[in-house]
Design a protein around this ligand. Structure first.
Ligand SMILES: [Zn+2]
Ligand SMILES: [Zn+2]
Length: 339
């Protein structure tokens, strides 16, 4: 099969690899769609702990192509969204119902071959049937699962005044979930007008155009909208210059959620005295856990809508261009690879 294959950071090629064969309890999927996201850009640079050599691609939808021994719930031809994170179930963290920190995690697309390939083998129990969804709706299952987990972590109180930085895929998905999960006013701040218009259509009460060249002016405008600060501030950008603004814009007793992935070496100034004195809560959310079923249900029932969000489509041979697009094309919301 054809697959993207990395042997070191920034060193990849489209190569011929042996077709994977499903072990007992596994299925082989013919990859129909694999989303490219900011995590893949970090992986490209060697961040997020990839294990070389490897094939990235963790937002996978595929058609069951071969069924391994003992698999009873799936049949050949079925379309499934894959939960790519296979936790061991027996390490200390798994036994404490925290599989996101599994110490023996199999992370398809990070530590094991992922979906930027024609085929991938995966445990049948990680596959969620999505035959009834359009392919480009099902493609959002993994990113929506991460956003649902973020809501689990944040647990916003009803009546919250929420500020959300970012209107990319995760920002727009979070917009919809926050609007239904306690945010009585939701302000979305981002640097692209078209994305803010989409955020407004999807449930944001206010939008603020961010001036990247002048963060102080942006902060002042956001402060105007909430002189005492926001109950909850969510960063869905991963940009240190944005993350720096989160604590000062939070109301006394409020909560900051870091959802975007900053570069590993990035550091932002933080007044621990302010966190102490104003009794702020800082939270992080980086993955999904026990949220995949709810993500598929949200897509199925229309709680999360995705119209207009797939802006770019590529084949495997254009993987490099897909990465560049996700890294630097501001018009990009979701880029998909259709192998
Ligand atoms: Zn992703
Ligand atoms: Zn474990």
């Amino acid at each position: 099969m054809k697959a993207i294959w990395y042997d070191a950071p920034r060193s990849f090629a489209l190569t011929d690899r042996p077709d994977p064969h499903p072990a007992a309890g596994e299925v082989r999927l013919r990859v129909r769609s694999a989303g490219v996201c900011g995590t893949d850009v970090h992986l490209h640079h060697g961040e997020f702990s990839p294990r070389y050599p490897f094939t990235p691609g963790h937002e996978i939808v595929g058609e069951v192509d071969l069924v391994g021994e003992g698999v009873q719930d799936l049949r050949v031809g079925q379309l499934v969204a894959l939960n790519n994170r296979v936790s061991c179930g027996t390490c200390t963290n798994c036994r404490r119902a925290m599989p996101m920190y599994c110490t023996r995690l199999r992370d398809l697309g990070v530590t094991e071959p992922g979906g930027f390939a024609e085929f991938v083998a995966a445990p049948a129990g990680q596959c969620h049937p999505v035959d009834d969804l359009a392919l480009e709706v099902a493609a959002f299952a993994e990113p929506v699962a991460c956003a649902v987990h973020a809501l689990d972590v944040l647990a916003p109180a009803p009546g919250s005044d929420v500020l959300l930085f970012g209107a990319g895929t995760t920002g727009l998905v979070l917009t919809q979930l926050l609007a239904r999960s306690g945010a009585w006013r939701l302000t979305v701040a981002a640097p692209t007008r078209a994305k803010l218009d989409l955020a407004r259509a999807l449930g944001a009460s206010e939008t603020v155009l961010v001036d990247r060249a002048d963060p102080a002016a942006t902060s002042a405008r956001l402060r105007d909208g909430a002189p005492d600060g926001y109950d909850v501030v969510v960063d869905a950008t991963g940009a240190p210059a944005v993350q720096e603004q989160c604590v000062p814009l939070t109301r006394d007793g409020g909560t900051v959620l870091f959802f975007g992935m900053a570069p590993e070496a990035a550091r932002v100034p933080l007044s621990t005295n302010e966190v102490f004195r104003r009794e702020l809560t800082l939270k992080g959310s980086y993955t999904q856990a026990f949220s995949f079923d709810r993500a598929v249900a949200a897509l199925r029932g229309g709680t999360v809508r995705t119209e207009g969000m797939v802006t770019h489509r590529f084949d495997l041979g254009s993987y490099g261009r897909a990465l560049d697009t996700v890294a630097s094309d501001r018009s990009c919301i979701k880029a998909l690879i259709h192998p």
